[in-house]
Design a binder for this molecule. Structure first.
Ligand code: ADP
Length: 484
């Protein structure tokens, strides 16, 4: 509505201003025209009386001129005419205008002045000069009442004011109708648009009529329906994608579990042997009371160790929805290392963890553990017996690889560095491709790095790889650090 009111208001102001200006200019022009006509009349009457007046003045002087002009005035009633002079001796016939102005007057450019009479009525005074033998004898004064002009001005002002009031009334009607026909309907469209922008596609906008605004309403409803459909399709596609990703992550986790289990079978063998041996000793009844007690304690400690290993394995294999929380990522790194120590041991590879200050980040611990485990398993696979794998964590300022000119941010980094085979140049571009593997059938599925990449990307981080063929590789995970 504001727009309608503004447009009508500006339009009205313009029209009102122009009408008032027109009225004023008309009055002014009529006023000047009236005076000009009266001046022309005065000039022609002056010309008419001049010669006889000169003769009368010559014969009878000032009194003769007064008498002659009085007779002349009786014959021309439309104006008050009298003989006036600048001579101080004739006070009754004195002109109502300064002597200086009168002196300049000629029959073609008469002296004029507008004055008020004692009753307050406006009068226009015209002075026609009469010269006798190059001396100024006096003037014929024409007095024109301006009452008619004042009346005309009043009428024109009244008429103009009436037109302006009429236009203002019309403006008020237009604004009222504008509110009903345009403003309220546009408000409905705006309200619908706002609801769409907030993701609310319910309730189509209803606009009566058969004009452009109702057509706009229909188009808006159609757009809203299309957007709603697209949103639904997008949501379905995205949930299908998420579920596929979850599936892949689970498959990858189970694959790792299989690998770990073989390492653990070896790892569990030793404590099982110890348990079996000690239990046999207790059963033989050949031990003293204290020895039985020692053996029982050894059995308990070995059983606890096995239970811990198996629980970690089960925890890792269990499927859980992603849940981010603020944690110290050193805990996740340590759990993964503990889980993989048996596998590294089996392959005679040394897995070395470095200590650091607490590193707080918002992550899903299970998913992060899956990524670290993948990287360490790959490192173990790439390392020959006797080599070392260093796992470290630290904070570092960095710029995401997808952005170039942005300022640096603080990241929590987890680095897995091995002294293994390294990665060939032709393998490097495919490292994160799903199902890409250089391992023997049954050894690798090619899912580990692609799944890891997706997980870290979901955490707004990335994985950096540096490798030297024959010397080893260094995988670094970057996760946004929690800044207080
Ligand atoms: P998979 O381990 O099942 O093969 P990944 O996606 O984890 O699948 O790894 C893909 C490939 O990347 C591996 O087959 C291997 O060629 C290479 N790769 C990964 N990590 C390393 C590493 N630390 N050293 C050498 N090559 C590696």
């Amino acid at each position: 509505m504001k727009l309608t009111a503004k447009i009508v208001g500006i339009f009205l102001l313009g029209i009102v201003f122009l009408t008032a200006l027109f009225g004023y200019l008309t009055v002014q022009s009529e006023y000047q025209q009236f005076k000009r006509i009266k001046e022309q009349n005065a000039a022609s009457l002056g010309n008419e009386v001049r010669e006889t007046l000169v003769v009368a003045w010559k014969d009878q002087g000032h009194q003769g001129a007064i008498r002659l002009v009085r007779d002349f005035a009786n014959r021309h009633q439309q104006m008050i005419i009298r003989w006036v002079t600048t001579d101080e001796g004739h006070a009754t016939s004195k002109a109502d205008i300064s002597k200086k102005e009168l002196d300049l007057a000629t029959p073609d450019a008469m002296a004029t002045v507008t004055k008020q009479d004692p009753e307050g009525n406006e009068q226009y005074l015209i002075y026609y000069p009469i010269d006798v033998e190059s001396n100024r004898a006096g003037y014929v004064e024409f007095k024109v009442p301006l009452n008619d002009v004042a009346e005309y001005t009043r009428l024109t002002t009244y008429r103009t004011t009436s037109i302006i009031v009429g236009m203002l009334l019309c403006g008020a009607v237009i604004i009222t109708l504008g509110i009903r026909m345009v403003g309220r309907r546009l408000d409905k469209l705006v309200e619908k648009t706002q609801r769409i922008s907030q993701g609310d596609f319910s309730q189509p906008v209803e606009i009566q009529g058969d004009d452009e605004i109702s057509e706009l309403g229909l188009a808006l409803n159609q757009m809203s329906d299309t957007l709603y459909q697209q949103q639904q399709e997008l949501a379905a596609a995205s949930s299908a994608r998420i579920s596929a990703m979850e599936q892949l992550r689970h498959v990858d986790r189970l694959k790792t579990v299989g690998r770990l289990a073989s390492g653990m079978a070896h790892e569990l063998g030793t404590p099982l042997n110890v348990v079996s041996g000690r239990a046999g000793l207790i059963a033989s009844n050949r031990l003293s009371q204290d020895e039985v007690r020692d053996s029982a304690l050894v059995i308990k400690s070995e059983a606890d160790r096995m239970a811990t290993i198996i629980r970690q394995l089960l925890d890792f294999a269990r499927r859980r929805p992603p849940q981010q929380s603020q944690i110290d990522i050193r805990d996740v790194v340590n759990t993964a290392i503990n889980l993989l120590q048996p596998m590294a041991h089996q392959r005679d590879v040394e897995l070395i963890a470095s200590d650091s200050a607490p590193l707080i980040a918002s992550v899903d611990p299970a998913q992060l553990q899956q990524v670290i485990t993948n990287l360490i398993v790959n490192a173990i696979h790439a390392s020959s017996p006797g080599k070392q794998i260093h796992v470290s964590q630290f904070q570092q300022e960095a710029t995401p690889p997808t952005e170039t000119a942005t300022p640096k941010h603080l990241y929590c980094c987890i680095c897995v560095a091995d002294q293994g085979t390294g990665i060939a140049d032709d393998v490097m571009p495919h490292l994160f491709d799903p199902f890409f593997t250089t391992k023997e059938v049954g050894e690798g599925t090619g899912l580990g790095l692609s799944v890891s990449y997706g997980i870290i990307e979901d955490h707004n981080g990335w994985i950096d790889v540096q490798s030297q063929l024959g010397e080893g590789s260094r995988f670094t995970i970057y996760l946004p650090a929690q800044v207080d």
